[in-house]
Design a protein around this ligand. Structure first.
Ligand code: PA5
Length: 435
């Protein structure tokens, strides 16, 4: 049973079934490259089997470290950027209460993030917020040398050491990094911090199903075994070669076809605030995996219905180089009904008794048809619920799809050579030795 479905009704006037199926041969070739490890970036295919290789002993290690942290602190700070931050944040927002730090159903610590920007105000405000609280840190960096997270970690580590001493800090700092390289690994070994490993063959943006994403989620109260069971279900469903049986590959082919027809921007549009960071994670996954060698779909995100009141005009009527993927939640956890009002001063009595979900659903359906009629091909991925299993499955779905689209477009979906350029200039301007 799948927790996801892909609906292509609003693509019919843009892409035919026959055109999609004509890609089967190319898909099979790319699939073989993924499965046999014979394509570009083959050293970074470890993510393919993370779900099926997840063992009870890894789960137990993550759960017990998370329990220790939860016992010790009121505030947990995840220090990281890019793939070492977005997956965890996506999972926590997807699964938590809408205001997780105000109303915490799992008695978990409040969770904050650092090192994903270089803002002085942000980090100073964070210090103010946490200085009188009991704090634990998890610094996540595969390379162990990323400037943003290294600076934030230096600041926060000193704060923790000043507060609890070196011994106390040891219990409160968890490091997630490479198995044997990088300054962070050396530092963690020297100071005796608890460490988790991001496997060598898993790149940052594909690392959410490693302790990089799983440990912070476990601290937030997420059942990581259920999450990985959903991911395993994804691995089973989306490892089929055939386009008839594999919706992740279907989605990949449709994206590729639309891209070839000049639809160079994909908007991932959601109608749930809980999906906001999942779309940010998706944006990074697509952006870094597909955007290279002067090609690739430009990934954009929209949060409806709010963005219908800002970007809606552009999407309906602007340049016709876009397509949309709606990410829709089948059923909310809780229902609110629209109440009656005696004088109907706001004119809403025609909706009395309707749930907010029902109104939101009509907003999505109305938008999808309007945009299709405005020349924007669109499709919908429906996700059953906000459960760990559904999350695990959608993560694997997108990873498979993006890897396939990258291969179809002739790029290496597992490197990010362009990211180094800004760093070189920044280091030169900062006077870093060797630059
Ligand atoms: O996907 C990637 O490789 C990047 O986004 C990295 O995750 C990001 O640059 C952070 O790198 P690191 O984990 O080495 O600190």
């Amino acid at each position: 049973m799948s927790n996801l479905s892909l609906n292509c009704e609003n693509l019919k006037s843009f892409v035919t079934e026959q055109e999609i199926n004509s890609f089967q041969k190319q898909v099979s070739l790319c699939h073989e490259k993924l499965e046999q490890g014979t394509g570009a970036g083959a050293d970074y295919l470890g993510w393919l089997r993370l779900p099926s290789c997840f063992s009870n002993s890894i789960a137990a290690e993550i759960e017990s470290a998370a329990a220790a942290v939860r016992d010790l602190c009121e505030v947990f700070i995840l220090v990281g950027i890019g793939g070492s931050y977005l997956g965890a944040r996506a999972g926590i927002s997807f699964l938590s209460n809408s205001f997780p730090n105000q109303r915490n159903e799992h008695a978990a610590p409040e969770i904050y993030f650092a090192g994903h920007n270089l803002s002085s105000d942000y980090h100073a405000d964070l210090f103010d917020l946490i200085s009188a609280r009991d704090v634990c840190l998890n610094v996540v960096s595969k390379s162990g040398t990323t400037t943003e997270s290294a600076i934030a970690f230096r600041l926060l580590k000193q704060m923790v050491e000043n507060k609890y001493g070196a011994d106390g800090a040891r219990d409160r700092i968890v490091v997630t990094t490479d198995s044997n390289r990088g300054t962070l690994k050396t530092l963690a070994d020297d100071l005796g911090y608890k460490t988790f490993v991001i496997p060598d063959d898993v790149g940052g943006r594909y690392s959410v199903l490693t302790p990089s994403g799983l440990f912070p989620m476990a601290v937030a109260g997420v059942n990581v075994k259920e999450l990985m069971a959903g991911a395993r279900q994804g691995e089973r469903l989306y490892s089929a070669d055939s386009l008839d049986q594999n919706d992740a590959y279907r989605y990949a082919v449709i994206r590729h076809l639309l891209y070839q027809r000049g639809k160079t921007t994909e908007i991932l549009a959601t109608f749930q605030p809980a999906f906001y960071y999942l779309s940010q994670w998706w944006k990074q996954l697509v952006g870094e995996s597909e955007g290279k060698d002067l090609r690739g779909i430009f990934p954009a995100t929209a949060e409806f219905t709010g963005d219908l009141h800002s970007m809606g005009q552009w999407i309906q009527d602007g340049g016709r180089n876009i397509f949309e993927t709606f990410l829709i939640l089948e059923s909310s956890r809780r229902q609110l009904k629209i109440p009656t009002s005696q004088n109907d001063a706001d004119g809403l009595n025609y909706l009395v008794g309707e749930t907010l979900d029902a109104v939101n659903e009509k907003a999505w359906r109305g938008t999808a048809v309007a945009h299709r009629e405005g020349g924007v091909p669109n499709m919908t991925i429906k996700i059953n619920d906000r459960s760990p299993a559904s999350l695990g499955q959608i993560i694997y779905f997108f990873e498979r799809a993006v890897a396939m689209t990258g291969y179809l477009n002739g790029v290496n979906p597992f490197d990010q050579p362009g990211v180094g350029f800004y760093k070189k200039n920044m280091f030169k301007l900062l006077g870093k030795p060797g630059f």
